[in-house]
Design a protein around this ligand. Structure first.
Ligand code: M8O
Length: 223
């Protein structure tokens, strides 16, 4: 094979996903925005101690986490790496700006959420923190991270996180706002975050990716 284009294939991608996983949700938004059809293979993070820990899935993702994406004959893990692969191989409906400075701003926001906030309130960490302390712990780290996000948005945001076009930063922010609500974080100090969340809640690509619209969403929360 001589060119990158020849490496793409037409087999429908498979996303290993869990309805409420914010990292799976990021990738679902990205796939939807780019109008890439895909199948979902649900991995329950709670059933039988977590299907992500079974031998079969460990072969898919040695970190025993979702998401993983099978695409173009490869298995990819880590949501940011997956989204960047989609951006590079499917440039339709770009989710990165052209401008170098704006690109850096998108990456800053993605990193803060994907490395500086979400891992600290991830299931495996909360199990370790314990039932009694987990709500306060999650609130602390989400609030701390959102202070930085709000400050950065005060100079980068237009209609969305960076300027007036939807970017990978928006794909990361919206699921993190859902998690913040889940842990009853006071969002009043974050008016820009709340405005962008309102802006995108009715967008079809975001709605279709929402935890309440997944094949494995529990019946009580499906819309
Ligand atoms: O309680 C559950 O249903 C299990 C897991 C999750 O929601 C997913 C997370 O660990 C949080 C996240 O992805 O940010």
């Amino acid at each position: 094979m001589s060119s990158n284009e020849e490496l793409l294939d037409n087999t429908q991608p498979i996303l290993y996903s869990y309805w409420r996983s914010s990292c799976s949700w990021r990738v679902r938004i990205c796939l939807n925005l780019k109008e890439i059809p895909y199948d979902i293979k649900p991995i329950s993070l709670i059933k039988s101690g977590g299907e992500q820990h079974c031998n079969e899935y460990r072969e898919v993702n040695p970190m025993e986490q979702v998401p993983a994406l099978q695409i173009d004959g490869h298995t990819l893990v880590e949501s940011l790496a997956i989204m960047q692969y989609l951006e590079e191989t499917r440039p339709q409906r770009p989710l990165m700006p052209q401008d170098f400075h704006k690109r850096a701003k998108v990456r800053e926001l993605c990193e803060i959420i994907a490395s500086g906030i979400q891992p600290l309130q991830n299931l495996i960490v909360l199990i370790h923190v314990g039932e009694e302390k987990k709500k306060e712990w999650a609130q602390h780290w989400i609030t701390r991270g959102f202070r930085a996000v709000e400050k950065l948005l005060s100079t980068s945001a237009g209609k969305y996180c960076v300027g007036d076009e939807i970017t990978l930063a928006d794909c990361c922010l919206i699921p993190q706002v859902f998690n913040a609500r889940r842990f009853h974080v006071d969002l009043r100090p974050f008016p820009i975050i709340l405005r962008i969340d309102r802006e995108l809640e009715s967008h079809p690509a975001f709605r279709a990716a929402h935890p309440s619209s997944q094949p494995d969403s529990p019946p009580e929360i499906t819309k």
